[in-house]
Write a protein that binds this ligand. Structure first.
Ligand SMILES: Cc1cc2nc3c(=O)[nH]c(=O)nc-3n(C[C@H](O)[C@H](O)[C@H](O)COP(=O)(O)OP(=O)(O)OC[C@H]3O[C@@H](n4cnc5c(N)ncnc54)[C@H](O)[C@@H]3O)c2cc1C
Length: 557
């Protein structure tokens, strides 16, 4: 028999969106709960994220009068996922995600708001919508966390002067120099930052707000998070997972989990060996923007107990650049702003630059050949683009930091020919591509890749640029280039789970007492990405489902 040092009902491994939701729901429904977190901070990739959750037919949409239905959402999932993921699991997601969001709103401090017009990632496909399914957390004052604030995993790109932006504002500020709305948003944000500084408010938005709101709710419910306490081993008795061994304060500790263990420890983006074993080449750990603790430990521990794996070759891909002295920057809006293109080593475009980020990286891999490399590829922009739009954390009109130029992160040249030579790209190829692209921009139709056709492309486009908000000619020197890599915001393969988030063995049977959610589990979205929040939505939903299943099982006994 095992010796136990600590006893709880619901033991959760990992303090991201999936883990915090599971423990919160369990505790509020009568289970004792404890979270183990390997790193010294809580929040995981969830705290670094945009904080979006993709939840069809949610209360925010209903209140904003945006129509949606279970049937439309099911049709959309069927279209993008097909039979890659069992129907009952897709259905479970659709039912429970909506319920989860309302539960959190009624019982906790976790509340969401609309980001107007942020479309599904394939809005023109059957069942797709033009906005509302992806909702973002309502900003919150980090000071409310008190002492716990110092333990929140900090956003990698701390907003200068405390200028925290919501996603809606990020889009507006992207048009700072183009539209009145953008200018007014910039002024409003500046005034708010001044007010926050004077009033001592630490405004948190996006994933910071989501992690903080979840943690505040856990504090209310008195659920502890043990930081710097990694899970080392799952403990099995009579074929059932009954607890776990962890390391706390340098000492091993055996924790009994009467209702079960939820593995919510993220994926394996930071595990080089696993990435090389399972994923397409070239791959590594230097291009991911995910949280450093996500090294696949829990996936391996579940596998060691016979857990089946799926989707291990896939990730939540996102084109990234590598600013000096920083983690990778994951580019979203920049690819839609008009007047920037991405080319291969022959100087040729090879995709719709404004496509959803997962699709963009799939194209980067698909087109990477010895004689026409796309890894890295090159984001080319002109001075007009620099004068008008954000690039990474660089605001329009702000001079490029010397460090960026010295390190070669940004390459600048007076002519396209010089630029191409400096970055090792075919000169004629680049000149011809830009000539062709400029013609498309004038006509408003991208005859090669249909950029700007989809409502998703146009979300970040510039409405003042006609006839196509995603197309503008590159003709104002100097010209600039930044290397683009196949980055990601996490991996999406992991332990196979059923519609109740229970870990399944190869033969389809369950591993009793063991649940997996978020990026520790193989995604309910299969190889697809439905829209903003397509990873945290499922992480939180299956956390909710796992806790509910434990409660239901307890009631049966
Ligand atoms: C820049 C960026 C923007 C993003 N924007 C969005 C967005 O808006 N919407 C969206 O849906 N997704 C977004 N994502 C992706 C999303 O953040 C992740 O897919 C999601 O947060 C994963 O949640 P999780 O609960 O599975 O894991 P995480 O939030 O990563 O939490 C896992 C935790 O487990 C801990 N852990 C690992 N191993 C152990 C162990 N052995 N013992 C104990 N603890 C352990 C980790 O340290 C970590 O804290 C974004 C990601 C990034 C980086």
């Amino acid at each position: 028999m095992n010796h136990w040092d600590y006893e709880t009902d619901l033991l959760v491994v990992g303090s991201g969106g999936g883990g915090m939701t599971a423990s919160l729901v369990g505790k509020l429904q009568g289970l004792d709960a404890l979270i183990l977190e390997k790193t010294e901070y809580f929040g995981g990739s969830t705290a670094l994220s945009g904080g979006f959750v993709w939840v069809p037919d949610n209360y925010v949409m209903a209140e904003a009068g945006i129509p949606d239905s279970h049937e439309q959402a099911a049709l959309y999932l069927e279209t993008i996922i097909g039979d890659q993921v069992p129907k009952d699991k897709q259905e479970a997601y659709l039912h429970a995600s909506k319920e989860m969001l309302s539960f959190l709103r009624e019982r906790t401090r976790v509340i969401f708001q609309l980001t107007p017009g942020y479309t599904d990632y394939h809005p023109e496909l059957p069942g797709g919508t033009q906005g509302g399914r992806g909702v973002e957390p309502v900003p919150v004052d980090g000071k409310k966390l008190g002492d716990e604030f110092k333990n929140l995993r900090a956003s990698i790109f701390e907003a200068p002067m405390g200028l925290a932006l919501t996603s809606k504002e990020y889009r507006q500020v992207g048009m700072l120099t183009s539209t009145l709305e953008g200018l007014l948003a910039g002024i409003k944000i500046g005034v708010r930052a001044a007010y926050c500084a004077a009033a001592g408010v630490k405004l948190l938005t996006l994933g910071q707000a989501l992690a903080a709101r979840l943690r505040l709710s856990l504090l209310d419910a008195q659920v502890p998070i043990w930081l710097s306490t990694p899970l080392d081993k799952l403990i099995v008795e009579n074929g059932r997972v009954v607890g776990a061994r962890a390391t706390k304060g340098g000492q091993p500790i055996n924790i009994k989990a009467n209702s079960g263990v939820v593995l919510a420890a993220g994926g394996f983006p930071l595990n080089k060996e696993m990435r090389e074993k399972y994923q397409q080449q070239p791959i590594g750990t230097e291009w991911t923007s995910a949280s450093p603790g996500n090294t696949g430990d829990a996936i391996q521990m579940g596998q060691a107990l016979g857990g089946a794996l799926d989707l291990m070759n896939d990730a939540w891909w996102g084109p990234a650049s590598l600013p000096p002295g920083s983690v990778p920057f994951f580019h979203v809006g920049e690819r839609a702003y008009p007047g920037g293109i991405i080319v291969n080593s022959q100087g040729k475009r090879f995709m719709n630059e404004s496509a959803p980020y997962v699709d963009a990286v799939k194209e980067i891999y698909r087109h990477n050949h010895e004689d026409s490399r796309t890894i890295p590829s090159h984001f080319i922009m002109d001075q007009r683009f620099r004068n008008k739009y954000l690039f990474g954390t660089l605001f329009p009109l702000v001079s490029i930091p010397q460090e960026y130029l010295d390190s070669g992160y940004f390459v600048k040249a007076d002519t396209l020919g010089e630029l191409a030579e400096s970055i090792g790209v075919d000169v004629q190829g680049l000149q011809e591509s830009i000539k062709r692209f400029n013609r498309f921009a004038r006509n408003g139709t991208d005859q090669d890749f249909n950029r700007g056709d989809s409502a998703y492309d146009r979300y970040y486009g510039d409405p003042t640029v006609k006839p196509n908000p995603c197309l503008a000619p590159l003709n104002k020197p100097p010209f600039y280039s930044v290397k683009i890599y196949p980055g990601d915001i996490g991996t999406k393969g992991g332990l196979v789970t059923d519609e109740k988030a229970r870990v399944l063995k190869e033969d389809g049977g369950i591993i009793s007492g063991l649940y997996a959610v978020g990026n520790t589990s193989a995604s309910v979205m299969g190889n697809s990405y439905p829209g903003p929040g397509g990873t945290i939505g499922p992480a939180m939903t299956f956390g909710y489902i796992a806790a509910k299943d434990m409660i239901a099982s307890n009631n049966k006994q």
